[in-house]
Design a protein around this ligand. Structure first.
Ligand SMILES: [Zn+2]
Length: 277
């Protein structure tokens, strides 16, 4: 698996990491986090209330913080390991719902390197000795099932894959940022036009037309705008932090995206708090 940090490391060393591989990873990371948040929320909402087996949702062998972490990792793995939405969806729950009597590891990756210990034992011909350790009591399984159901719905997974495809190449991002420069109402908060919804809508539509990418409509432009602005501010924050830390000039943080300097030309003079919308 390639993490973001590893990606940059590999890139530095001249290794090729295919873009699609990387894009999928970043996107999955995002919905994987959502799984963790939902499970923690669910646990908090049950609190000390008793489940159908008269015990609380947490506690030993139940939905502990460690178990939430494991489920979250598992969820991400199940999505990463499968190329098709239908397989993803089934993989999300199948492995977790497996028991010694009813193993359901069809969608888990096979071989000695698999994250699925069951399939590793199949690979090593030791499946008879395998015991499912992390099986939840039925009451806990039932309690967390809605979260899994919600986060494995086809629409969500498809959207995740769709968003991956909607990611831009660097030249495309630069083009977008250049177009944005022409529409001040979308970023210059010192203008009255900045508050003019009609004007903004028109600007958004114009960018979508000028980009001329199938499927890249007004909604996508808005989403892109929001994410670029927030990335821009994150990067600015990193620069400011490195300046504050008193590093020598050559060690100062420099964003490595080409579009950043283009955007910075026109955004740096606009006050920070207000145009982040
Ligand atoms: Zn499995």
């Amino acid at each position: 698996m390639v993490t973001l940090r590893l990606f940059y490391l590999l890139q530095k060393k001249g290794h090729m990491v295919t873009v699609s591989q990387f894009e999928k990873i970043e996107c999955v990371g995002h919905i994987q986090k959502r799984m963790g948040n939902r499970l923690r929320k669910l646990k908090a909402s049950f609190g000390k209330n008793k489940l159908s087996d008269k015990k609380t949702i947490g506690g030993k062998g139940r939905l502990t913080d460690v178990a939430i972490k494991k489920l979250t990792t598992y969820y991400g793995n199940a999505i990463r390991a499968n190329a098709y939405v239908n397989e993803m969806r089934q993989a999300v729950w199948a492995h977790t719902a497996s028991t010694d009597y009813e193993p359901k590891h069809w969608f888990c990756p096979k071989g000695s390197n698999s994250w699925c210990k069951y399939n590793v034992s199949v690979h090593n011909n030791k499946v008879k000795e395998f015991k499912h350790k992390n099986t939840f009591p039925e009451a806990v399984s039932q309690a967390i099932k809605p979260v899994f159901k919600e986060l494995s719905n086809l629409k969500l997974l498809r959207k995740c894959l769709g968003d991956c495809k909607m990611r831009f190449s660097e030249p495309q991002t630069c083009q977008f940022v250049e177009l944005l420069r022409e529409h001040e109402c979308l970023w210059n908060n010192s203008l009255d036009l900045y508050k003019n919804k009609k004007m903004r809508d028109r600007a958004i539509a114009a960018i979508s037309t000028d980009m001329a990418i199938p499927g890249f409509g007004d909604r996508e432009v808005r989403r892109k705008l929001k994410s670029l602005k927030s990335t821009y501010h994150l990067e600015v924050g990193k620069i400011q932090k490195s300046i504050k830390s008193g590093m020598s000039t050559e060690n100062l943080y420099v964003p490595n995206m080409k579009w950043f300097s283009v955007m910075d030309e026109y955004l740096k003079n606009v006050s920070e708090k207000r145009h982040n919308r």
